[in-house]
Ligand binder design. Structure first.
Ligand code: NIG
Ligand code: FE
Length: 423
């Protein structure tokens, strides 16, 4: 048999291919289309999809007896989630602060008192590369069990050269040892460390000095441009230096306030602009003329007990490219489950399940410049696929709070079997 596959998955009740937008992100009506094939089937070889069709076609083409097969009758299947914005590498946790917030303290008040990100920085600085790798590996395993097959991880809990590089080295180690695809981002400009409290501009200079070292490990450079973090002028200095070094750019913007990050990100052609809970109508118009992907993170307002979510519906209507991610981190969203973000996209931002699923897969892949490899089930792409214990994709948003991912195929290999990691 010519080009014999290594694996065939067939009888898929509802196959969401999410196909057709590898060159550009999905916008407008494309967001309603999941490229569904009823009774779908895929053939996989050398870690890639070589044939995506229905069961009848795949049966005609290949001799099933000679090939490893997987019967997915009555199930929905789709590409693995792409979690395009996380801060997954950190020491300790902030459960005590969580209780303080429930009792009335705000996130920014806690940060100003030296808590928040800074307390995680203290805990992360104490740990070795090996210890951080071990902790993060558990998070990555959990992500895989919940269907995430590609993840971005930002540094940013080191805030000095030695500790930022330690974090990036740990990410590098995980890239070698874990089956998830990991995209590293340098976020030295995550907070002003205590040592520079009285001279933030000097810390911005230090971040610029760290950039050439970080470039050996990271694909993207990100800045937290917001109230309590870095202002637009400081952000521009970092962007300017990073761009000259060949980094692709990302920006945390409008999470708490509009302080001028968006025009800057557009000017520097950032690949993505993230958070955007406090985006203004004027900025939405500016964004509609740009190529930047808007990465929305609905876990944050939920966890910070706020009412202001990014206006996804208006943004979609204006033709903006929207992605969804968890922002998994110990302070503003300790949830790494993309299925919950899809539900929140629907309940809190009025995205339909189809829009939310497109945002959590192909558009998230575009936000990582990875859409040529992941984010959809198409011939030539990596065989990253999840099989769900539901027969209709809408149930993914609807039956929320439980893990619907039953099987995960990563690069053509079975890595989660019946909700258990295959080691
Ligand atoms: O995306 N915005 C900045 N960073 C994280 C919060 C990190 C933390 O609180 O530890 C965020 O919300
Ligand atoms: Fe973030």
């Amino acid at each position: 048999m010519e080009n014999k596959p290594d694996l065939i998955i067939y009888n898929i009740g509802q196959l969401l291919t999410i196909r057709g937008t590898t060159q550009k992100p999905k916008v407008l009506r494309q967001m309603d289309d999941l490229g569904i094939i009823e009774d779908g089937a895929v053939a996989v070889k050398d870690g890639k999809f070589i044939h995506v069709s229905n069961t009848i076609e795949i049966r005609k083409r290949y001799e099933f007896g000679a090939i490893k097969t997987f019967d997915a009758s009555g199930k929905a299947a789709m590409p693995g989630f792409v979690d395009c914005h996380t801060h997954s590498l950190f020491g300790g946790n902030r459960a005590a602060e969580f209780v303080e917030r429930i009792q009335g303290a705000t996130y920014l008040e806690i940060l100003r008192k030296g808590g928040g990100i800074l307390s995680t920085v203290n805990n992360t600085r104490k740990l070795s590369t090996e210890e951080l790798t071990e902790i993060t590996q558990k998070h990555l395993d959990s992500m895989l069990l919940h269907g995430t097959t590609t993840v971005e991880i930002k540094s940013g809990y080191g805030l000095d050269l030695m500790n930022e590089i330690k974090i990036l080295k740990s990410i590098r180690e995980l890239q070698k040892t874990h089956c998830l695809d990991i995209v590293p981002t340098f976020l030295g400009a995550h907070a002003i460390p205590v040592e520079y409290k009285h001279d933030p501009d000097a810390y911005v200079d230090l971040v610029c000095d760290m950039l050439p070292f970080a470039k050996e490990y990271a694909v993207f450079c990100d800045v937290f441009c917001d109230e309590g973090a870095f202002n637009a002028k400081q952000t521009e200095k970092i962007f300017h230096t990073a761009r000259n070094l060949g980094f692709q750019l990302k920006l945390h913007s409008n999470e708490f306030k509009d302080i001028g990050g968006i025009p800057l990100a557009i000017k520097y052609e950032a690949v993505s602009i993230e958070h955007l809970d406090h985006v203004t109508p004027k900025e939405i118009s500016q964004l509609s003329g740009s190529k930047a992907i808007c990465v929305l993170l609905p876990g944050i307002p939920l966890f910070l007990m706020k009412d202001t979510y990014a206006p996804a519906k208006e943004m979609l209507e204006k033709g903006l490219a929207i992605a969804l991610a968890t922002d998994f981190n110990p302070g503003t969203c300790p949830c790494l489950n993309m299925q919950i973000m899809i539900t929140l996209g629907s309940l809190k931002m009025s995205m339909t399940p189809a829009q939310a699923i497109n945002a959590a897969t192909i558009n998230a892949a575009h936000a990582l410049s990875m859409a040529h490899r992941v984010g959809s089930i198409e011939e030539g792409k990596q065989a990253d696929m999840i099989i769900l214990d539901i027969n209709d994709y809408r149930q993914l948003s609807y039956y929320f709070g439980v893990n619907h991912v039953q099987t995960v195929i990563k690069n053509g290999r079975l890595v989660v079997d019946n909700k258990v990691l295959v080691k």
